[in-house]
Design a protein around this ligand. Structure first.
Ligand code: SAT
Ligand code: MN
Length: 589
């Protein structure tokens, strides 16, 4: 399908390695994708759902041992361990190629080899990047067809160039012990074996658009971030765009698609979604920071998505969507997941493929990390700039995690370097998006711990340098925490649509319209500047949300000091200085 010699050589090399039955180039045509869907239904990879209720929708169940990203089996394979840094698993590239090629050898025997040319970002935009993924899984092809821009036109745009990312995925037999997700940022290559779970195998997503792209961004002077992008429209004003970085499973999709509370709707507020997971950020011609969403779809957590939590996401899933690991309602051939509604089906199959009575069973019908893969164009509030090749200008960057205590609902950094510090000290409770324990607090700087493709000390420095490049035009940096709990363990803040109340304060700060309180950790709102109209929130609850417990922050500073030690001389001095300043403000001698 292409004359690109670099692609053809690589395809040949991989073909000889994996030994497929047949080679199929994915041209991106509807007919080809339709045929693949039919084939996947015949071999039980997909179940066709009720086409009246859910047109174009399918259900997939993964293997029970393959339901989330595997961080402990994800490697950055660079010449030296130092390049990968202390927060990544490292493997010597030669060793990794040998190990993974050995596993991949002949693994396509009797299977087809699908070659997917894809573009991260609008095809042809100078901000976009191209990848080729080879896979033996139709499920992967169909998910990539939703999540990225695929097909012949991508190859036409690439022409003879060798500037593209190689990605090989082999399902093998899903052996956990032989599961490896290896990245070779120095050769723009990704190898993924023995998994079929999204984050491990949709190679355009975390593997390319974050791990490889962050490495590219460091050398090319831009940022690849784990961030949503949204626009806020207010009456008679230009739309303001912001980015927010939260760890997986902490509500990026919900914030990106939020529906304003009634009091804001009445005033004419509207939200426009540009992206829910990944942002590529560059300095634009006007000197401001501009963002594109490199993806073309949403790979969102199904569990917990409902009319109240995220109506726009729910609507996005009503057609042309692939559901993974949700419950299958046999009565009407639709899908169900926990908290979708209060009416679980009795006659159903759970995510493991077992008979399941949702009214009686104590077990969950859907896996907590069950997913929907939906085209971005399904989103009722998709921004008109979604396909804009220049992206959107960013006025504020927000960091946030899931913290029961310590972190207040919102605070603003004193300046860019302090903002980088705020991002670097982020901690959050782990979620079901990755294998391992859930609810454990860990450091997750900029929500990039699992996704930074190089030494995180250097990554912090790159952030500091971006601030220098942007100067006066740099966006303000904030931190939010929707997840503070009271003494009984209940969330204090209602979250979801009401988070706009906090975004509104942030916008006011960006426009220098609102005063703030200076505290040891940053600028904070006065209670009267948070709009609580129509909320059932008492003054004391608001106080609790904005409270800074100095003892807990002293502990936080000590933990940061320990965490920073990991980076040794790669930690930029600017962050060391910020830590000293924080300790001074907290009166730690
Ligand atoms: O599994 S994914 O990496 O695709 C989603 C997430 O964990 O953020
Ligand atoms: Mn994510």
């Amino acid at each position: 399908m292409t004359h690109n010699i670099h692609i053809n050589n690589w395809v040949n090399q991989i073909k000889n390695l994996v030994n497929p039955n047949k080679i199929i180039w994915i041209d991106g045509s509807e007919m080809q994708l339709e045929n693949l869907k039919q084939e996947a239904c015949q071999n039980n990879e997909l179940i066709k759902l009720n086409q009246d209720k859910l047109p174009g929708c399918y259900l997939h169940r993964s293997s029970a041992n393959d339901v989330a990203r595997v961080e402990d089996r994800t490697f950055i394979c660079t010449k030296s361990k130092e390049i990968a840094g202390p927060t990544n698993n490292w493997m010597d590239p030669k060793e990794a190629y040998n190990l993974v090629y050995d596993i991949a050898k002949d693994s396509y025997k009797g299977k087809n080899m699908y070659i997917i040319p894809y573009s991260m970002g609008p095809i042809g935009s100078k901000f976009s990047k191209i990848g080729i993924e080879i896979t033996d899984s139709i499920y992967v092809v169909l998910n990539m067809a939703i999540m990225t821009r695929i097909g012949k036109k991508v190859l036409d745009t690439l022409g003879e160039s060798n500037d593209w990312v190689r990605g090989l995925h082999c399902s093998c037999n899903l052996d956990e012990e032989k599961r490896y997700i290896c990245h070779f940022p120095e050769d723009n290559t990704i190898l993924s074996v023995n998994s079929c779970y999204g984050g491990n195998v949709l190679l355009g997503k975390k593997c390319f658009a974050l791990r490889i792209a962050s490495f590219q961004g460091q050398t090319e002077g831009w940022l690849a971030e784990h961030m949503l992008i949204l626009g806020i429209q207010r009456p008679n004003k230009d739309i303001i765009y912001i980015c927010a970085a939260f760890p997986s499973g902490c509500g990026k999709t919900n914030l990106a698609m939020l529906i304003p509370p009634k009091v804001y709707q009445e005033k004419g507020y509207k939200i426009w979604c540009v992206g829910d997971d990944i942002a590529w950020l560059r300095k634009g011609k006007d000197g401001r920071l501009w963002a594109i969403n490199p993806e073309n779809g949403f790979f969102g957590v199904a569990s917990g998505t409902n009319e109240n939590s995220n109506l726009n996401a729910l609507k996005s899933t009503r057609k042309d969507t692939i559901f993974t690991n949700v419950a299958h309602n046999l009565d009407d051939n639709t899908v169900w997941w926990e908290d979708l509604d209060k009416n679980p089906p009795s006659n159903a199959i759970n995510w493991k493929g077992e008979k399941w009575d949702g009214k009686r069973s104590n077990e969950k019908g859907a896996h907590p990390n069950s997913r929907f893969t939906s085209p971005a164009k399904n989103c009722p509030i998709l921004s008109e700039n979604f396909n804009n090749e220049n992206g959107v200008p960013i006025s504020a960057i927000i960091f946030g995690g899931r913290r029961k205590q310590t972190t207040p609902i919102v605070y603003e950094s004193f300046d860019w370097n302090h903002g980088v510090f705020v991002g670097s000290i982020m901690s959050s409770e782990t979620t079901a998006a990755a294998t391992g324990a859930v609810g454990v607090i860990r450091h997750d700087p900029m929500a990039m711990l699992p996704f930074c493709g190089y030494n995180m000390g250097k990554y912090f420095k790159h952030w500091i340098d971006m601030g220098k490049t942007l100067g006066e035009k740099a966006p303000k940096i904030f931190n939010v925490n929707w997840f503070r709990t009271d003494k009984n363990g209940n969330f204090i803040w209602p979250g979801f649509g009401d988070n706009l109340r906090i975004l509104d304060w942030i916008l006011g700060r960006c426009e220098d319209k609102i005063q703030s309180k200076k505290t040891p950790i940053g600028y904070m709102p006065f209670n009267q500047d948070i709009n609580t109209d129509g909320l059932n929130l008492s003054e004391s609850e608001l106080n609790e949300l904005t409270e800074i417990d100095i003892d807990l922050w002293k502990k936080e500073a000590e933990e940061t000091e320990q965490f920073y030690k990991k980076f040794g001389s790669n930690l930029p001095k600017e962050l060391d200085e910020q830590l000293v300043l924080l300790k001074q403000r907290l009166n730690i001698s």
